[in-house]
Design a protein around this ligand. Sequence first.
Ligand code: AMP
Length: 411
Amino acid sequence: MTFQELHLIAPILRAVTEKGYTAPTPIQEQAIPAILQHKDVLGCAQTGTGKTAAFAIPILQILHKKKESGQWRKGIKALIVTPTRELAIQIDESFREYGKGTHLRHAVIFGGVKQFSQVKKIEAGVDILVATPGRLLDLMNQGIITLNTLEIFTLDEADRMLDMGFIHDVKRIISALPKKRQSLFFSATMPPVITKLAGTLLTNPIRIEVTPVSSTAETVSQKMYFVDKVHKKSLLMHVLQDGSIPSALIFTRTKYGADKIAKFISKSGIKAEAIHGNKSQNARQNALKNFKTKQTRVLVATDIAARGIDIDDLTHVINFEIPNEPETYVHRIGRTGRAQNNGMALSFCDADEAAYVKNIHKLISKSIPIVDTHPYQMTSPPSMNKHSSSTKKQGQSNSPQKKKKRWYGKR
Ligand code: AMP
Protein backbone atom coordinates (compact mmCIF):
# COMPACT_ATOMS: atom_id res chain seq x y z
CA MET A 1 0.00 0.00 0.00
CA THR A 2 1.11 3.57 -0.66
CA PHE A 3 0.33 6.78 1.22
CA GLN A 4 -1.55 7.99 -1.92
CA GLU A 5 -3.90 5.02 -1.56
CA LEU A 6 -4.79 6.26 1.92
CA HIS A 7 -6.24 9.37 0.23
CA LEU A 8 -4.08 11.80 2.12
CA ILE A 9 -4.19 15.49 1.26
CA ALA A 10 -1.30 17.03 -0.68
CA PRO A 11 0.46 18.86 2.20
CA ILE A 12 0.56 15.69 4.30
CA LEU A 13 1.76 13.58 1.36
CA ARG A 14 4.54 16.10 0.86
CA ALA A 15 5.47 15.93 4.54
CA VAL A 16 5.71 12.12 4.64
CA THR A 17 7.80 12.15 1.45
CA GLU A 18 10.11 14.72 3.07
CA LYS A 19 10.44 12.42 6.10
CA GLY A 20 11.60 9.72 3.68
CA TYR A 21 8.70 7.33 4.36
CA THR A 22 8.04 5.15 1.32
CA ALA A 23 5.01 3.22 2.56
CA PRO A 24 2.67 3.27 5.55
CA THR A 25 3.46 0.87 8.39
CA PRO A 26 0.80 -1.79 9.23
CA ILE A 27 -0.74 0.28 12.02
CA GLN A 28 -0.90 3.31 9.72
CA GLU A 29 -2.57 1.23 6.97
CA GLN A 30 -5.30 0.23 9.39
CA ALA A 31 -5.69 3.24 11.65
CA ILE A 32 -5.55 6.09 9.13
CA PRO A 33 -8.67 5.04 7.09
CA ALA A 34 -10.62 4.21 10.28
CA ILE A 35 -9.84 7.56 11.90
CA LEU A 36 -10.57 9.47 8.67
CA GLN A 37 -14.02 7.81 8.76
CA HIS A 38 -14.48 9.30 12.24
CA LYS A 39 -14.47 5.88 13.92
CA ASP A 40 -13.23 5.29 17.46
CA VAL A 41 -10.04 3.22 17.49
CA LEU A 42 -8.60 0.80 20.02
CA GLY A 43 -4.98 0.29 19.00
CA CYS A 44 -2.79 -2.33 20.62
CA ALA A 45 0.67 -1.48 19.36
CA GLN A 46 4.15 -1.26 20.74
CA THR A 47 6.38 1.75 20.20
CA GLY A 48 8.40 1.80 17.02
CA THR A 49 5.45 0.70 14.90
CA GLY A 50 4.71 4.16 13.53
CA LYS A 51 1.87 4.68 16.03
CA THR A 52 2.34 8.46 16.32
CA ALA A 53 1.86 9.09 12.60
CA ALA A 54 -1.05 6.62 12.63
CA PHE A 55 -3.05 9.07 14.74
CA ALA A 56 -1.36 12.41 13.97
CA ILE A 57 -1.83 12.22 10.18
CA PRO A 58 -5.60 11.60 10.16
CA ILE A 59 -6.18 14.14 12.96
CA LEU A 60 -4.36 16.77 10.89
CA GLN A 61 -6.30 15.82 7.77
CA ILE A 62 -9.71 15.93 9.48
CA LEU A 63 -9.02 19.33 11.02
CA HIS A 64 -7.47 20.76 7.86
CA LYS A 65 -10.50 19.75 5.78
CA LYS A 66 -12.79 21.27 8.38
CA LYS A 67 -10.87 24.51 8.36
CA GLU A 68 -10.95 24.68 4.55
CA SER A 69 -14.69 24.03 4.43
CA GLY A 70 -15.33 26.96 6.78
CA GLN A 71 -16.85 24.82 9.58
CA TRP A 72 -14.42 26.26 12.04
CA ARG A 73 -14.63 27.55 15.54
CA LYS A 74 -11.93 28.64 17.93
CA GLY A 75 -10.63 26.34 20.64
CA ILE A 76 -8.85 23.05 21.19
CA LYS A 77 -10.20 20.51 18.72
CA ALA A 78 -7.78 17.65 19.23
CA LEU A 79 -6.22 16.61 22.54
CA ILE A 80 -3.52 13.99 22.88
CA VAL A 81 -2.70 12.83 26.41
CA THR A 82 0.53 10.92 26.90
CA PRO A 83 2.38 9.87 30.08
CA THR A 84 5.81 11.52 29.84
CA ARG A 85 7.22 14.92 28.94
CA GLU A 86 9.59 13.36 26.40
CA LEU A 87 6.76 11.60 24.62
CA ALA A 88 4.64 14.76 24.69
CA ILE A 89 7.45 16.77 23.09
CA GLN A 90 8.01 14.07 20.46
CA ILE A 91 4.33 13.87 19.56
CA ASP A 92 4.10 17.65 19.26
CA GLU A 93 7.17 17.56 17.01
CA SER A 94 5.43 14.94 14.85
CA PHE A 95 2.39 17.22 14.50
CA ARG A 96 4.75 20.01 13.45
CA GLU A 97 6.44 17.84 10.83
CA TYR A 98 3.39 16.09 9.36
CA GLY A 99 1.28 19.24 9.60
CA LYS A 100 3.78 21.63 8.00
CA GLY A 101 1.50 22.67 5.14
CA THR A 102 -1.76 22.69 7.08
CA HIS A 103 -1.38 25.89 9.15
CA LEU A 104 -3.01 24.19 12.13
CA ARG A 105 -1.79 25.47 15.47
CA HIS A 106 -0.41 22.98 17.97
CA ALA A 107 1.13 23.21 21.42
CA VAL A 108 2.56 20.95 24.07
CA ILE A 109 2.19 21.21 27.84
CA PHE A 110 3.90 19.22 30.60
CA GLY A 111 4.85 19.65 34.23
CA GLY A 112 8.22 20.36 35.80
CA VAL A 113 8.57 23.75 34.14
CA LYS A 114 6.87 27.11 34.72
CA GLN A 115 3.46 27.33 33.11
CA PHE A 116 3.84 30.90 31.82
CA SER A 117 4.97 30.25 28.24
CA GLN A 118 2.61 27.29 27.86
CA VAL A 119 -0.33 29.43 28.99
CA LYS A 120 0.68 32.23 26.62
CA LYS A 121 0.64 29.82 23.69
CA ILE A 122 -2.74 28.37 24.65
CA GLU A 123 -4.23 31.83 25.06
CA ALA A 124 -2.99 32.76 21.59
CA GLY A 125 -5.11 29.91 20.21
CA VAL A 126 -4.38 26.23 19.73
CA ASP A 127 -6.11 23.63 17.55
CA ILE A 128 -4.15 20.57 18.65
CA LEU A 129 -2.90 20.18 22.22
CA VAL A 130 -0.47 17.50 23.40
CA ALA A 131 -0.36 17.15 27.17
CA THR A 132 0.79 15.11 30.11
CA PRO A 133 -2.06 14.44 32.57
CA GLY A 134 -0.90 16.46 35.60
CA ARG A 135 -0.26 19.80 33.86
CA LEU A 136 -3.41 19.39 31.77
CA LEU A 137 -5.61 18.93 34.86
CA ASP A 138 -3.83 21.80 36.57
CA LEU A 139 -4.55 24.21 33.70
CA MET A 140 -8.11 22.88 33.43
CA ASN A 141 -8.62 23.56 37.13
CA GLN A 142 -7.30 27.10 36.67
CA GLY A 143 -9.82 27.63 33.86
CA ILE A 144 -7.03 28.23 31.32
CA ILE A 145 -7.94 25.15 29.30
CA THR A 146 -11.50 24.27 28.41
CA LEU A 147 -12.38 21.24 26.37
CA ASN A 148 -15.89 22.14 25.22
CA THR A 149 -14.74 22.52 21.61
CA LEU A 150 -12.93 19.17 21.59
CA GLU A 151 -13.67 16.83 18.68
CA ILE A 152 -10.94 14.17 18.82
CA PHE A 153 -9.42 12.77 22.00
CA THR A 154 -6.37 10.50 21.91
CA LEU A 155 -5.08 8.57 24.90
CA ASP A 156 -1.56 7.36 24.19
CA GLU A 157 0.37 4.66 26.08
CA ALA A 158 -2.57 3.86 28.36
CA ASP A 159 -0.79 0.97 30.07
CA ARG A 160 2.12 3.22 31.00
CA MET A 161 -0.37 5.73 32.47
CA LEU A 162 -1.47 2.94 34.77
CA ASP A 163 2.12 2.03 35.71
CA MET A 164 2.93 5.63 36.50
CA GLY A 165 -0.12 6.08 38.71
CA PHE A 166 -1.93 8.47 36.36
CA ILE A 167 -5.07 6.42 36.00
CA HIS A 168 -7.18 8.66 38.27
CA ASP A 169 -5.97 11.78 36.50
CA VAL A 170 -6.88 10.18 33.19
CA LYS A 171 -10.35 9.30 34.45
CA ARG A 172 -10.82 12.91 35.59
CA ILE A 173 -9.78 14.18 32.16
CA ILE A 174 -12.16 11.75 30.43
CA SER A 175 -15.04 12.91 32.59
CA ALA A 176 -14.43 16.50 31.41
CA LEU A 177 -14.60 15.65 27.69
CA PRO A 178 -17.65 16.52 25.60
CA LYS A 179 -19.93 13.48 25.16
CA LYS A 180 -19.96 13.87 21.38
CA ARG A 181 -16.42 13.22 20.25
CA GLN A 182 -14.16 10.76 18.46
CA SER A 183 -11.82 8.80 20.75
CA LEU A 184 -8.59 7.00 19.98
CA PHE A 185 -6.98 4.73 22.55
CA PHE A 186 -3.49 3.25 22.27
CA SER A 187 -1.80 0.83 24.61
CA ALA A 188 1.07 -1.61 24.17
CA THR A 189 -0.51 -4.13 26.51
CA MET A 190 -4.13 -4.71 27.45
CA PRO A 191 -4.38 -5.76 31.11
CA PRO A 192 -7.99 -5.95 32.43
CA VAL A 193 -7.94 -2.45 34.00
CA ILE A 194 -6.91 -0.97 30.66
CA THR A 195 -9.57 -2.92 28.75
CA LYS A 196 -12.13 -1.59 31.23
CA LEU A 197 -10.89 1.98 30.79
CA ALA A 198 -11.07 1.60 27.01
CA GLY A 199 -14.67 0.43 27.42
CA THR A 200 -15.61 3.66 29.22
CA LEU A 201 -13.98 5.85 26.57
CA LEU A 202 -14.77 4.26 23.23
CA THR A 203 -17.96 3.63 21.26
CA ASN A 204 -17.95 0.68 18.83
CA PRO A 205 -14.23 1.00 18.27
CA ILE A 206 -12.30 -0.46 15.37
CA ARG A 207 -9.76 -2.79 16.98
CA ILE A 208 -6.28 -2.71 15.58
CA GLU A 209 -3.54 -4.96 16.84
CA VAL A 210 -0.07 -4.92 15.37
CA THR A 211 2.98 -6.80 16.55
CA PRO A 212 1.71 -7.71 20.00
CA VAL A 213 3.95 -6.79 22.88
CA SER A 214 4.87 -10.42 23.38
CA SER A 215 6.86 -10.42 20.18
CA THR A 216 10.20 -8.73 19.73
CA ALA A 217 11.05 -7.12 16.41
CA GLU A 218 12.89 -9.38 13.98
CA THR A 219 15.32 -6.52 13.41
CA VAL A 220 16.69 -6.72 16.98
CA SER A 221 19.32 -9.36 17.76
CA GLN A 222 19.30 -10.34 21.41
CA LYS A 223 22.09 -11.62 23.62
CA MET A 224 22.14 -12.68 27.25
CA TYR A 225 25.19 -12.41 29.51
CA PHE A 226 25.08 -14.34 32.78
CA VAL A 227 27.28 -12.50 35.25
CA ASP A 228 27.64 -12.13 39.00
CA LYS A 229 26.27 -8.82 40.27
CA VAL A 230 29.70 -7.68 41.47
CA HIS A 231 31.11 -8.04 37.95
CA LYS A 232 28.37 -6.24 36.04
CA LYS A 233 30.25 -2.94 35.84
CA SER A 234 33.42 -4.67 34.61
CA LEU A 235 31.38 -6.53 32.01
CA LEU A 236 29.83 -3.24 30.91
CA MET A 237 33.24 -1.68 30.38
CA HIS A 238 34.37 -4.81 28.53
CA VAL A 239 31.34 -4.58 26.22
CA LEU A 240 31.70 -0.81 25.66
CA GLN A 241 35.34 -1.21 24.69
CA ASP A 242 34.01 -2.83 21.54
CA GLY A 243 34.36 -0.19 18.84
CA SER A 244 31.39 -1.63 16.96
CA ILE A 245 29.04 -0.08 19.53
CA PRO A 246 28.75 3.53 18.35
CA SER A 247 26.01 4.42 20.83
CA ALA A 248 24.14 2.60 23.54
CA LEU A 249 21.05 3.21 25.60
CA ILE A 250 21.57 1.51 28.96
CA PHE A 251 18.65 0.67 31.22
CA THR A 252 18.78 0.52 34.98
CA ARG A 253 15.89 -0.17 37.34
CA THR A 254 16.42 2.84 39.59
CA LYS A 255 17.20 6.54 39.19
CA TYR A 256 20.06 6.18 41.64
CA GLY A 257 21.43 3.29 39.59
CA ALA A 258 21.24 5.35 36.38
CA ASP A 259 23.30 8.16 37.93
CA LYS A 260 25.83 5.74 39.38
CA ILE A 261 26.39 3.93 36.09
CA ALA A 262 26.62 7.15 34.07
CA LYS A 263 29.27 8.50 36.49
CA PHE A 264 31.18 5.22 36.39
CA ILE A 265 31.26 5.15 32.58
CA SER A 266 32.23 8.84 32.36
CA LYS A 267 35.21 8.21 34.66
CA SER A 268 36.60 5.78 32.10
CA GLY A 269 36.58 8.53 29.47
CA ILE A 270 33.45 7.44 27.59
CA LYS A 271 30.92 10.26 27.35
CA ALA A 272 27.80 9.25 29.22
CA GLU A 273 24.76 10.97 30.72
CA ALA A 274 21.76 9.84 32.74
CA ILE A 275 18.10 10.60 32.17
CA HIS A 276 15.41 9.98 34.77
CA GLY A 277 12.49 11.55 36.56
CA ASN A 278 14.57 13.35 39.22
CA LYS A 279 16.43 15.40 36.62
CA SER A 280 15.07 18.77 35.66
CA GLN A 281 13.22 19.04 32.39
CA ASN A 282 16.12 20.99 30.87
CA ALA A 283 18.70 18.45 32.00
CA ARG A 284 16.65 15.63 30.47
CA GLN A 285 16.18 17.45 27.19
CA ASN A 286 19.88 18.32 26.99
CA ALA A 287 20.96 14.75 27.73
CA LEU A 288 18.61 13.50 25.05
CA LYS A 289 19.81 16.09 22.55
CA ASN A 290 23.47 15.26 23.23
CA PHE A 291 22.76 11.58 22.72
CA LYS A 292 20.74 12.09 19.54
CA THR A 293 23.44 14.30 18.07
CA LYS A 294 26.07 11.72 19.08
CA GLN A 295 27.91 14.09 21.44
CA THR A 296 27.50 11.48 24.14
CA ARG A 297 28.01 7.83 23.34
CA VAL A 298 26.00 6.40 26.20
CA LEU A 299 22.66 7.38 27.68
CA VAL A 300 21.68 5.67 30.93
CA ALA A 301 17.95 5.69 31.54
CA THR A 302 15.18 4.38 33.74
CA ASP A 303 12.18 2.81 32.04
CA ILE A 304 9.81 5.65 32.68
CA ALA A 305 12.18 8.31 31.37
CA ALA A 306 13.03 6.34 28.24
CA ARG A 307 9.64 4.99 27.33
CA GLY A 308 8.78 5.82 23.75
CA ILE A 309 11.90 7.87 23.22
CA ASP A 310 12.61 7.90 19.55
CA ILE A 311 16.31 7.90 18.77
CA ASP A 312 17.07 7.44 15.11
CA ASP A 313 19.67 4.81 14.31
CA LEU A 314 20.10 3.62 17.89
CA THR A 315 22.19 0.47 17.43
CA HIS A 316 22.45 -0.94 20.96
CA VAL A 317 20.30 -1.30 24.03
CA ILE A 318 21.96 -2.69 27.13
CA ASN A 319 19.89 -4.02 30.01
CA PHE A 320 22.29 -3.48 32.91
CA GLU A 321 19.52 -4.89 35.06
CA ILE A 322 16.78 -7.23 33.93
CA PRO A 323 13.32 -5.71 34.37
CA ASN A 324 10.96 -7.60 36.65
CA GLU A 325 8.06 -7.19 34.21
CA PRO A 326 8.68 -9.11 30.98
CA GLU A 327 6.74 -6.55 28.90
CA THR A 328 9.25 -3.92 29.99
CA TYR A 329 12.00 -5.98 28.36
CA VAL A 330 10.09 -5.90 25.07
CA HIS A 331 9.61 -2.14 25.35
CA ARG A 332 13.25 -1.54 26.20
CA ILE A 333 14.67 -3.49 23.30
CA GLY A 334 12.08 -1.89 21.01
CA ARG A 335 14.10 1.35 21.33
CA THR A 336 16.50 -0.12 18.80
CA GLY A 337 15.90 -1.85 15.45
CA ARG A 338 13.24 0.71 14.61
CA ALA A 339 11.79 1.46 11.21
CA GLN A 340 13.71 -1.29 9.41
CA ASN A 341 17.12 -0.56 11.02
CA ASN A 342 18.98 -3.39 12.70
CA GLY A 343 19.65 -3.31 16.40
CA MET A 344 21.27 -5.30 19.15
CA ALA A 345 19.99 -5.81 22.70
CA LEU A 346 22.44 -7.07 25.33
CA SER A 347 21.17 -8.13 28.74
CA PHE A 348 23.17 -8.68 31.91
CA CYS A 349 21.55 -11.19 34.25
CA ASP A 350 22.74 -11.97 37.75
CA ALA A 351 21.56 -14.83 39.97
CA ASP A 352 18.70 -12.81 41.49
CA GLU A 353 17.33 -11.92 38.06
CA ALA A 354 17.20 -15.42 36.56
CA ALA A 355 13.49 -15.76 37.30
CA TYR A 356 12.80 -12.54 35.37
CA VAL A 357 14.61 -13.99 32.34
CA LYS A 358 12.46 -17.11 32.49
CA ASN A 359 9.36 -14.95 32.39
CA ILE A 360 10.76 -13.00 29.44
CA HIS A 361 11.39 -16.27 27.58
CA LYS A 362 7.81 -17.30 28.26
CA LEU A 363 6.43 -13.98 27.02
CA ILE A 364 8.47 -13.81 23.83
CA SER A 365 8.16 -17.59 23.27
CA LYS A 366 11.83 -18.01 22.63
CA SER A 367 15.10 -18.21 24.49
CA ILE A 368 17.59 -15.39 24.24
CA PRO A 369 20.93 -16.71 22.96
CA ILE A 370 23.68 -16.56 25.58
CA VAL A 371 27.18 -15.23 25.25
CA ASP A 372 29.41 -17.78 26.94
CA THR A 373 32.70 -16.35 25.80
CA HIS A 374 32.85 -13.20 27.94
CA PRO A 375 35.47 -12.89 30.70
CA TYR A 376 33.00 -12.42 33.58
CA GLN A 377 31.03 -15.68 33.43
CA MET A 378 28.78 -16.25 36.42
CA THR A 379 30.42 -18.57 38.94
CA SER A 380 27.35 -20.74 39.51
CA PRO A 381 24.71 -20.07 36.86
CA PRO A 382 21.07 -20.90 37.59
CA SER A 383 19.25 -23.68 35.81
CA MET A 384 16.86 -22.36 33.23
CA ASN A 385 14.76 -24.76 31.22
CA LYS A 386 13.24 -23.19 28.14
CA HIS A 387 10.02 -21.31 29.00
CA SER A 388 9.95 -22.83 32.44
CA SER A 389 9.34 -20.63 35.44
CA SER A 390 10.52 -23.19 37.96
CA THR A 391 13.30 -22.10 40.26
CA LYS A 392 16.85 -23.37 40.30
CA LYS A 393 17.36 -27.02 41.09
CA GLN A 394 20.22 -27.68 43.45
CA GLY A 395 23.19 -29.84 42.56
CA GLN A 396 23.04 -29.50 38.79
CA SER A 397 26.18 -29.85 36.79
CA ASN A 398 27.72 -26.60 35.66
CA SER A 399 29.44 -28.15 32.68
CA PRO A 400 29.19 -25.50 29.94
CA GLN A 401 28.01 -27.95 27.25
CA LYS A 402 25.25 -29.40 29.38
CA LYS A 403 24.31 -25.99 30.70
CA LYS A 404 23.78 -24.57 27.25
CA LYS A 405 21.50 -27.40 26.24
CA ARG A 406 19.51 -27.35 29.42
CA TRP A 407 18.92 -23.61 29.52
CA TYR A 408 18.36 -22.71 25.98
CA GLY A 409 17.45 -25.69 23.84
CA LYS A 410 17.81 -24.80 20.17
CA ARG A 411 19.71 -21.66 19.38
P1 AMP B 1 6.53 5.59 16.64
O1 AMP B 1 6.02 4.18 16.74
O2 AMP B 1 5.44 6.55 16.36
O3 AMP B 1 7.39 5.97 17.82
O4 AMP B 1 7.49 5.67 15.32
C1 AMP B 1 8.70 4.97 15.25
C2 AMP B 1 9.63 5.48 14.17
O5 AMP B 1 9.15 5.12 12.87
C3 AMP B 1 9.82 6.99 14.12
O6 AMP B 1 11.21 7.24 13.95
C4 AMP B 1 9.08 7.44 12.88
O7 AMP B 1 9.66 8.59 12.31
C5 AMP B 1 9.22 6.23 11.98
N1 AMP B 1 8.11 6.06 11.03
C6 AMP B 1 6.80 6.31 11.22
N2 AMP B 1 6.10 6.00 10.13
C7 AMP B 1 6.97 5.52 9.21
C8 AMP B 1 6.84 5.03 7.86
N3 AMP B 1 5.67 4.95 7.27
N4 AMP B 1 7.97 4.64 7.23
C9 AMP B 1 9.18 4.71 7.85
N5 AMP B 1 9.37 5.16 9.11
C10 AMP B 1 8.27 5.56 9.78
